[in-house]
Design a protein. Sequence first.
Lengths: 433, 275, 367
Amino acid sequence: MKEQRITWRNLNRTWVVFAMLAPTVVGVAIFSYTPAIEAVRHSFYEWDGRFLENFNGLDNFRRLLGDLGLWGPLLLYGFFAGLASLLSRPRLRRACRAVALVALAAFALAAGGDLVAVWHDADAVQTTPLYTAAGLLSVAALCALGAVRGRVGRGAAFMRFLALALPFVAGLTYIISVRRLGDWLLWKSFSLIFVLVAANMLKMWPSIFVAVCIHRLRSQRWQYVYRVLFVIPLIIPQMVALLIWKFFYDPNVGPLNKFLTATHLDSVLIWLDKWVWHLGVFTEPFRPAWLADPELIVPALIFWGFPWVGVVGVLIYLAGLQNIGKELYEAAELDGVGSWGKFWRIELPLIMTQVRLNLVLLIIGTFQAYGFQLVLLGPEGGPRNVGLTPGLYMYFQGFIEQRYGYACAIGLLLFCIILVLTIVNQKYVRVEK
Amino acid sequence: MSSKQAKRAEIGKHTLVVLVLLFAFIPLLITFVISFKSNQQFAVAPLTPTFPLHFENWAIGWETISGYIANSIVISVLAVVLTLVPALLSAFVFARFRFPGKTVLWYALLGLLFMPGIMNLVPLFTLLRDLNMLNSMLALSTLYAVGGQVFCVFVLRNFIEDMPQDLFEAAQVDGASPLQQIWSLVIPMSGSILGTLAILRFLASWNSFVMPLVMLSSQYKQVIPVGLMRLDGEYIKLWGPMMASFSIAAIPLVIIFLFTMRLFVKGLTAGAVKG
Amino acid sequence: MARVALENVSKLYPGNVKAVDKLTLEVRDGEFVVLVGPSGCGKSTILRMIAGLEDVTSGTVTIGQRVVNDVQPKDRDIAMVFQNYALYPHMTVRQNMAFALKLRKVGKEETESRIRATADMLGLSELLDRLPKALSGGQRQRVAVGRAIVRQPAAFLFDEPLSNLDAKLRVQMRLELARLHNRLGTTMIYVTHDQAEAMTLGDRIVVMDDGVVRQIAAPTELYDSPADLFVAGFIGVPQMNFFAGTIEASATGVCFRADAGFELPVSAEMAGRLTAYAGKPVTLGLRPEHIGVSESEQRGSGLRIPAVVDVVEAMGSESYIHLHTGNTSFVSRVDAHRRFEPGQECLQAVFVEKAHFFDTATERRIE
Ligand SMILES: Nc1ncnc2c1ncn2[C@@H]1O[C@H](COP(=O)(O)OP(=O)(O)O)[C@@H](O)[C@H]1O
Ligand SMILES: [Mg+2]
């Protein structure tokens, strides 16, 4: 790369170059870094955004997570275990693993003491999750044994990964489910995230199928036409799309209920509810409020966007598919690979980069998303907070409850989680340029 | 594979794609149909076309949201300009110059891509309040510009580095200053990338609604998504005018796409914005 | 027009890559100087330092009477032609040529007349409104040169301008460049890795290797008395033959004993200088045309070496005979009419007065 060298010495000649950088740097410094730093600082404050601004140490986090004496060692363990799997130098790796084990032992001690202290209070200790945690731990121990015995190969690496990851999950289970420590609403919002991410993993397939279909069309002309047609939905403002879907779910005038009634699917649902589900949401007269009934909100969110073909997703997959050489198809043809075979053996592996990238962006996006739920369900995430995402919860604490400091602490926690996801993404999801 | 079979497979693919497209367009169609209905017509037959057509709905809709649209256009256009001009300048510097602290600065910028915007919302609000910039459309554009900055710098730097570097050297020997190089080399040669980025940023600003909801307090400065949201939240809904407003809200984007469609399809499918 | 002088110029790339080491070179006003050397020896770096595209680490660069170390490229009044031409792809030929003039605020009419004149000179008049992608390689090359000419600079810099052309076109363009220099009389500095180009174009040639100058001389001098082994091997096709050996001085005279097994009496004129090297390792250099071939012992002066033919390369007017004696191979250049078969044993006649001797230790020529 032939770049021109600029130094401070000949500044009288080169100030233009620095001046060209200035707008970006100044803008980012003021409007991105300043608030970020402020956010981190204020997560240690009791702050209402106006008058009240008291340093309160770790109180926000205590309230958020519960007993920090339990969390500290667990997080340390997670950090060093993660580091150990990322590092490549054997000695550093072993050192990290040792520190992680010490932290894990500390956590075990703290949890043990905690358990003994509260055991007599039968309500506080939930036994089922306790057994789950114990089960996870024993699986981890088995994996560790397996990893030690089977030294080489992928199997051993996976065992090692499990041996390091499962204790962390067990610890999480203990803190969150057994002791019910911390901000219960936050845990609830995380569980919603799991459901939504799982649903999204299924919801990304239609885009892939459609992209493959378009890609496999013989005629280049049609390929182009469809590509253009798939761009068009972008012109619908997101808010309009959202409000139209809201209208779609409307209990009285919405097309969904009209459709169900017209096709007599309503009686099927009513029958199912009466004899199988026992939810009491589908009754005569058939007027389910999809976005207002706590039992129906999550299904409604999952069904949202049917048939789940994302415009941008399709275009990105198409871009990936276009990189597949024609010879590859011809070779497969000669080898007698069928349609499905081509999809599973050629197309999918070769656009895996895009798929994984999309997946990771999707998970990160789901964590942060709150605008959508805000419009549909209001800042509390609907009745019984069933639609509360972590992002929305932060918005709620900040802008509705005026607990800005606490909101910042939630934001910091989310940032850390997203950072971990991003690092994992960088490490395991290679994206070719 | 016999040609008959092949033909059938081809038809199958077309059918699937068309079906999916239909689903994508049905909401638009429904909106359009309802936009000509009075509330009585809507109550009787919400989804099928009814007559007479109430064209006045569109007039009412236009009345209601034209102000929002104007605001949105001003803010989004401003945001695009404020994003791309600095991004182009600094991308050029990053691509063509070596200076002390370059690597650090670059990673400091890239790091922002991973910073969840959500964490910033509260302090950003108070920052603007302290700077006395709340309730200002210019400030909102600036926020969008800063938000999209890093991504654009990233894409543009890659693009400039992929250009033949001796073009810049030739221009330098010919007497072109960095600004002149950008003007007469980078901009003419990066048409499709710049266009795609501009549209993407325009869409992002156009669709954003939490920021304006939080940052703008005057009703008359509000943008289209918030306006539509308010419209939808009214207690007694006038379905016809509301749907007409929805349709009208899409018109500016339709116009933009008519002019830039090819560019955009090219940019997106070429993977220019894979990130 | 101007002279260009480099004085003790060094260039250190980041990572401590020494591309140019204490180079001193003076290019006189109106001279055509060619920098030649193997790829990666620092030729482009020198050119780019003269152009101002690269800072000098130490030393001074002078153009005309002005030290230009801290002068921006655009203020150095030089024009450069790049290997890949670097034509602005979105501009027509005319716009490409006008670009620099526009930046320099040359008037419209003046610009137009200069472009006219240059286009006429280079045969580009028909192509002025085409985009570069609609031109052939040779035409692009010409546009690149034209773009430099309209500037009427104090000096031209060429960085391997012909290396992207096919062989025939390269020879043709080479001639055109030589003609152009005669016509314009401007200082030109030309970089190439092709020694044939260097020999045909240069008033003087700078042979470089690994960041240092090996020899600066006119083409014939370079050919006839190369300063060292590197220059001797680099200039001339086929390459000069080298034989390792030692000098033996005895009562009967001085002679060179090759490791390959033959002995060569040294001409009287060289003998005096070579006696000092008695017993020391010396390399004998013989150009292929100075080694004759014969089947009997009748022809040529000097001594004969018994050798076996390996390969015969017929070039039309002449043939290159690849032979070996002992385990040393060498080439002889002979008239094409003489026939040799691989495996044939023959005797080589050596023209001793044309032999070069090099000190094996220092690689310098002994003279
Ligand atoms: N920007 C650079 N950074 C580091 N090393 C470089 C750079 N440019 C060239 N070099 C090194 O300097 C040496 C000379 O390069 P160059 O002048 O391009 O050689 P050439 O004679 O082929 O034109 C080479 O070894 C090359 O690897
Ligand atoms: Mg070079």
